[in-house]
Design a binder for this molecule. Structure first.
Ligand SMILES: Cc1cc2nc3c(=O)[nH]c(=O)nc-3n(C[C@H](O)[C@H](O)[C@H](O)COP(=O)(O)O)c2cc1C
Length: 286
């Protein structure tokens, strides 16, 4: 937009006459400027209890990944609140690329649960979160749809928790669906696309499995702020934590990739991810 402003200023400086394209560019620029105009914030109109930071932090900290549920179904108005929380998530350039598919029927859920973890099939409801990749095609920010979907997912997890439900986010990207797996799984992915009527431009990102909790797990520990938060500059001396699974991952990748010549493990991971994605794209005809 700064570039557009510069071009228009230069156009005016040179006193050129506006043609159709310049008129259109001016209208786009005006519209864009309106986005940030906003409205005056009237503090008095904000109900204080809704925005109580202590309660919000409590909500965030007491949310757990729940993987065992009662059989009772979730009322539709509750599902709608969760979807609303997802729809109101921030998104890059406000492109709102996220799409949410609610699955209550056993046969529909099976299309997904066949592909991911077993316990998912006990969830009374599954929300499948993906992104319409056409939103980002012109610039090819291929990671941005995942970011949009991730923030929307957290919004939904928090809303579900606030409503007394228990939920878990399960990753469900092309990588997760095909990782080290055979054609058997590729067929199931095709079934998923067909059964859920997914368009080719739908990128799967995550599953939220939810219901009324049967059991709430204990909170897994969090790293200290010492290890994770820095001011002004990163302090490697303080950040000595290495997740245990990282070294396992590297080992298993090395095994898978013995025939691939590359200089670093990071490079190996990149190559394998690319191959998996290519395979995935071929299978679903992208
Ligand atoms: C991006 C992401 C992917 C996840 N994928 C899975 C998954 O595939 N399977 C699973 O059981 N849990 C998954 N989880 C849940 C995490 O295991 C869980 O958030 C973590 O252990 C911390 O526990 P808590 O959510 O109860 O605080 C995922 C969470 C995130 C944020």
């Amino acid at each position: 937009m700064r570039l557009l402003a510069d071009v228009l200023r230069e156009w005016d400086n040179r006193q050129y006459k506006d043609d159709e394209i310049i008129k259109w560019a001016r209208s786009v620029y005006e519209e864009y400027n309106k986005i940030d105009e906003g409205v005056e914030l009237n503090q008095a109109s904000l109900p204080e209890s809704l925005f109580n930071p202590v309660q919000i932090l409590e909500l965030i900290k007491t949310r757990r990944s729940v993987r065992r549920w009662k059989e009772s179904p979730i009322p539709q108005n509750i599902i709608e609140k969760i979807l609303e929380a997802g729809r109101w998530a921030p998104s890059a350039c406000n492109r709102q690329s996220c799409r949410f598919i609610v699955l209550n029927e056993e046969l529909q859920k099976k299309l997904l649960t066949d592909l991911r973890e077993d316990w998912l099939k006990y969830a009374p409801t599954i929300i499948f979160i993906g992104s319409d990749k056409r939103n980002y095609l012109p610039v090819e920010y291929d990671y941005v749809p995942y970011m949009d979907a991730a923030v929307a997912t957290e919004n939904m997890l928090l809303m579900a928790h606030a409503l007394g439900l228990g939920a878990t986010m399960v990753k469900c990207t092309g990588w997760d669906l095909l990782e080290g797996r055979s054609h058997y799984y590729s067929g199931k992915i095709i079934n998923m696309y067909e059964g859920l009527n997914l368009p080719k431009y739908f990128i799967p990102v995550a599953i939220v499995a939810l219901g009324y909790p049967e059991r709430i797990p204990k909170a897994p520990a969090r790293l200290s702020s010492e290890n994770t938060c820095f001011y002004e500059r990163y302090d490697m001396g303080r950040n000595e934590y290495v997740p245990h699974s990282y070294s396992d991952l590297i080992d298993s990748d090395k095994k898978t990739l013995v025939n691939v010549h590359a200089t670093s493990t990071k490079e190996l991971c990149r190559i394998v991810a690319k191959r998996i994605l290519k395979k995935f794209a071929n299978k679903i005809g992208l």
